[in-house]
Design a binder for this molecule. Structure first.
Ligand code: NAD
Length: 487
């Protein structure tokens, strides 16, 4: 097993095993090869991880933000030095092509460690509030033990996007990666420890949907940050509400990408392809409803079809490969069944639509697929598919497309391609979503806040905004005189 870690969990600065936990296999989705065999966390492991985090956090909270930041920046440097090795692991963990992981996965995780490490010394400052003779001040204080629960599409990035702001704010974290991608987070924990992070501050435990609740319901856990689907988000938010815990919810979407007829068509097609096919379509913010103004529909679809059919699908470890498999068989079957629904409900198949030729039968591949003539009521236009399936819908007018784009329970992201800047700003202003792009799509540098509206979640990751979600304000009123009481 070529990616077997030393043990399943990382607690209190070291690898830990508990063979009483249920065995589960980590499978490379390109070939079906078992690359690691692990144990899910037992309640004893959960206890140990939370207790270790609690102990470590009490001391960590007393350190200066600059000292915390220095450790995170050192970890970022180590991640960059080991980018190839970490990317190779991410490729095995997820099936994403090395061509992608080498530019997008450990590097974006390192960006988060570097950014939060860098802003640490200023981002936690409070305020001085003058009140005449009296005054008040605020302090930003840590929450305590925070739990991070990850999805399987960006395991290393998600661990860092949650870990970096949590740690810099003075918290400890217990992170549970997705059961589909258990490996990357263990390496992040190892690297943080090597960079000097005191033991217990970033623990990783394995498990699935039955393990998550043990963490969410734990009385010593102050906050839960979940990246996952809307149904999981509802369950986790409900459990957290029982204890009034802080929550950040990064959930799913069915985001609109609107292309007006004055857009640079090649850029719009590039944006639509990146926003539907990157990571084999397994990106929460994907612009899966591509609204194209009728005047350019033919040209848009012709060029899109040619570019889609030229995508190189295959072995993720080959640097020439542009698209790998999806995460597992169940997801592959789910995506193929959505494609069948698209055909049955009357959408026009423009490209793809099945399993590619010349890939291993054990691999979980799906062709990059484009449907045209999709209407708002079709299942493929309403539900999150989380695979490489692009729906192209037609529209006539701005007001019409904005109303249709907003007619969804989701509100994660959206985009507009047009050369009319007044229109671009007007449209993004009207779209109900957390993150929007003008003349590009899906760029999420750590400097900008990222998160959803409506059913796509709440709270924000990245940017200074994330600090607010991993800390709370303490206000202190200072009287400079005597107390005047009427009794
Ligand atoms: P999922 O909801 O099945 O699982 C997410 C995580 O939650 C896993 O670690 C899982 O073990 C855990 N979990 C499941 N039930 C739980 C429970 N009751 N209590 C605690 N933990 C529980 O999601 P997935 O299939 O791993 O990922 C795909 C979904 O994630 C898609 O909907 C996608 O849009 C979303 N996603 C969102 C973002 C974002 O930032 N908004 C990013 C990536 C993925």
């Amino acid at each position: 097993m070529r990616a077997q870690p030393k043990a399943s969990h990382f607690i209190d600065g070291d690898y830990v095993e508990d063979t009483a936990g249920a065995v589960f296999e980590s499978v490379y989705p390109a070939t079906g090869e078992v690359i690691a065999r692990l144990h899910a966390a037992t309640p004893a492991i959960v206890e140990r991880a939370v207790a270790s985090a609690k102990r470590a956090q009490e001391e960590w909270a007393k350190t200066s933000p600059t000292a915390r930041g220095r450790i995170l920046r050192r970890a970022a440097d180590i991640m960059r030095e080991r980018n190839r090795e970490l990317s190779a692991l991410e490729t095995l963990d997820t099936g994403k092509p090395i061509q992608e992981t080498i530019v997008a996965d450990p590097t974006s995780g390192a960006d988060a460690l570097e950014f939060f490490g860098g802003v640490a010394g200023a981002a936690l400052n409070g305020e001085h509030i003058p009140l005449g003779a009296d005054w008040a001040y605020t302090k930003r204080v840590p929450l305590g033990v925070c739990v991070g629960i990850g999805a399987w599409n960006y395991p290393q990035q998600i661990a860092c996007w949650k870990g970096a702001p949590a740690l810099v704010s003075g918290n400890a974290m217990v992170f549970k990666p997705s059961e589909n991608t258990p490996l990357g987070a263990l390496r992040i924990a190892e690297i943080l420890t090597e960079a000097g992070l005191p033991k217990g501050l970033f623990n990783v435990i394995q498990g699935d949907r039955s393990t998550g609740p043990l963490l969410v319901n734990h009385p010593d856990v102050a906050k839960v940050s979940l990246t996952g689907s809307v149904p999981t988000g509802r369950k986790v938010a409900e459990a957290a509400a029982g204890h009034l815990k802080h929550v950040t919810m990064e959930l799913g979407g069915k985001s609109p990408l609107i292309v007006f007829d004055d857009a640079d068509i090649d850029s719009a097609i590039g944006g639509a392809m990146l926003g539907n096919f990157y990571s084999t379509g397994q990106v929460c913010s994907n612009g899966t409803r591509v609204f194209v103004q009728k005047g350019i529909k033919r040209e848009f679809l012709d060029r899109l079809k040619a570019r889609t059919e030229a995508i190189v699908i295959g072995d993720p470890e080959d640097e020439a490969t542009q698209m790998g498999p999806v995460i597992n068989r169940a997801q592959q079957e789910k995506i193929l069944s959505y494609i069948e629904k698209g055909k049955a409900e009357g959408a026009t198949l423009v490209a793809g639509g099945s399993i590619p030729n010349s890939v291993p039968a054990e691999g979980c591949y799906v062709q990059p697929t484009v449907f045209a003539d999709v209407t708002d009521d079709m299942t493929i236009a309403r539900e999150e598919i989380f695979g490489p399936v692009m729906c192209v819908l037609d529209f006539d007018h701005e007001a019409e497309v904005v109303a249709r784009a907003n007619a969804t329970e989701f509100g994660l992201s959206g985009g507009v391609f047009t050369s009319d800047m007044a229109r671009a700003h007007r449209v993004v202003d009207s779209l109900e979503a957390g993150t929007l792009w003008i003349n590009t799509y899906n760029l999420c540098p750590v400097e900008i806040p990222f998160g959803g509206a409506k059913q796509s979640g709440f709270g924000r990751e990245n940017s200074l905004a994330a600090i607010e979600h991993y800390s709370e304000l303490k206000t202190v009123y200072v009287s400079m005189g005597k107390v005047e009481a009427p009794y």
